[in-house]
Ligand binder design. Structure first.
Ligand SMILES: Cc1cc2nc3c(=O)[nH]c(=O)nc-3n(C[C@H](O)[C@H](O)[C@H](O)COP(=O)(O)OP(=O)(O)OC[C@H]3O[C@@H](n4cnc5c(N)ncnc54)[C@H](O)[C@@H]3O)c2cc1C
Length: 430
């Protein structure tokens, strides 16, 4: 579509809205963007949601398309695997890929957002109106709603939606840096304390601290409801996360000062109203955070949108086709993110699961280009999420067959593996 004189309105200048504004501006469009909050480059904004987040291949690809990959990576920390902490303090490491290049990057959410806003404004084609809460679809020819999971645009469009919330909450807690900015745990890993129905995770920050997130049911016998005072919190951590507790000198003060976060899940459709309004990012598909893909998926939305813009005959076709292409993939990552919750909090401590992961690693090594783990497809490729989901289901069947009756990955029958892989569906080129 030609970059006509009509301005495009972007509602919500979070990570996805700021990336979209920048991408449109670079393509010659004029953007008027509206953001409910004040300018975070001038005013310190409360922690809100997740201080840091994991950026992976899909997100990095979208950043590369606007020339920002290197700048974002400058202050990101590579996480090359999961480091599991047992109650005993024993550590188990699971690399994400076959070598160190397969990693995800812990980045500051606000830094990322600030870079994107600054670059967008620097094009001269984007005007961001801060402290501007939009309540109804603004009077522009084309409006893109990137206003997050509680999207006012979505409500104004009366889109049929399925909205609910995980009955878990989360609380962020900091492990401060050591003397001289030293990392007090392994720097290049995503730390997990899996404890069955709940878990703690930690991601490294550039300046040496870690941001931990406690995921726990909101109600019930082991829940946030029970952690009513400092002694309960202290006892809970002492029992379940003693090594983390030792690194958190002011745990209880933090615990009661920081808000309890909620995790909305949202599926809706259609995402557009003719060629007038379109939803993107969390406004169209909010998912639970356990695959580290929410923002990556939103960034991929922007990539797809910009590519489709090149050839679309008109705005209505563009908006409609965008929803058709992205919806099955957004649904797929939503389902995989929920499954990954069970994997992270529970299965990573299960010997059967660990054996399957070992066998999986072996298959990746023995059959390069033939076997890909679902994790790798989601995190280190741009294969559509839906395809990754289907391939993952095929993998599960292969792994279950190969692990039958063995206790060590060394005993896996490679001939049988080869035969099973021959029948696996092939992947589309991406
Ligand atoms: C605990 C947690 C951890 C996560 N970890 C990861 C991770 O590791 N990797 C990953 O990829 N994703 C992660 N996510 C998901 C990620 O945070 C979201 O997918 C991402 O923030 C979505 O970006 P967005 O721009 O679509 O929406 P949002 O980030 O919600 O931004 C929406 C913007 O719109 C503004 N806004 C809202 N309403 C209005 C209005 N009416 N008018 C004007 N402006 C408005 C808001 O102020 C905000 O700036 C995590 C989420 C959580 C909760």
């Amino acid at each position: 579509l030609e970059s006509s004189k009509e301005k495009i309105a972007v509602v919500g200048v979070g990570p996805v809205g700021s990336l979209l504004s920048l991408a449109l501006a670079k393509r010659g469009y004029s953007v008027e963007a509206f953001e409910r909050r004040p300018d975070m480059r001038k005013v310190a904004i409360g922690a809100g949601r997740s201080i840091n987040l994991a950026v992976s291949f899909r997100g990095l690809h979208a950043l590369k398309e606007v020339g920002l990959e290197a700048q974002v990576l400058e202050k990101a920390i590579a996480m090359r695997g999961r480091l599991m902490h047992a109650i005993s303090g024993e550590l188990t490491y699971q690399p994400y890929g076959l070598d160190d290049s397969d990693c995800i990057y812990s980045s500051s959410r606000s830094e990322l957002n600030k870079i994107l806003m600054t670059k967008a404004e620097a094009t001269g084609n984007v005007r961001i109106h801060f402290d501007h809460k939009v309540e109804d679809v603004p009077e522009f020819a084309h409006v893109i709603g990137t206003d997050g999971s509680a999207s006012a645009m979505r409500r104004a469009m009366h889109v049929p939606s399925q909205e609910d919330e995980l009955d878990y909450g989360y609380k962020e807690l900091e492990i401060p840096a050591g003397p001289g900015g030293a990392f007090l745990m392994e720097k290049h890993a995503l730390h997990i304390w899996p404890r069955g129905t709940f878990m703690l995770i930690a991601l490294p920050n550039f300046e040496g601290s870690f941001t931990c997130t406690l995921f726990l049911p909101k109600h019930g016998c082991l829940s946030f409801d029970q952690l009513t005072g400092p002694s309960e919190v202290e006892a809970f951590f002492k029992k379940n996360f003693p090594d983390a507790l030792a690194l958190m000198p002011d745990l209880t003060a933090q615990f009661f000062a920081n808000p309890l976060g909620h995790m909305p899940k949202l599926k809706c459709y259609p995402w557009n109203q003719g060629g007038k309004v379109l939803l993107m990012g969390d406004a169209a598909h909010a998912i639970v955070p356990f695959f580290g893909q929410g923002m990556n998926c939103g960034f991929e939305d922007v990539s797809y949108f910009m590519r489709m813009l090149e050839t679309a005959p008109d705005w209505e076709t563009l908006f409609t086709e965008f929803g058709k292409v992205r919806k099955p993939n957004a649904d797929a990552i939503a389902d995989m993110a929920l499954e990954n919750f069970l994997e992270m909090r529970d299965r990573v401590a299960d010997p059967k699961f660990l054996l399957e992961k070992e066998v999986e690693k072996l298959l990746q090594k023995e059959f390069p280009g033939k076997y890909y783990s679902r994790y790798a497809l989601v995190t280190f490729s741009r294969i559509p999420y839906r395809e990754a989901l289907l391939r993952g289901q095929a993998n599960d069947r292969i792994l279950a067959t190969l692990c039958e009756g063995i206790t060590s990955a060394n005993d896996v029958d490679l001939k049988k593996a080869k035969a099973l892989l021959l029948n696996a569906p092939s992947l589309s080129a991406h």
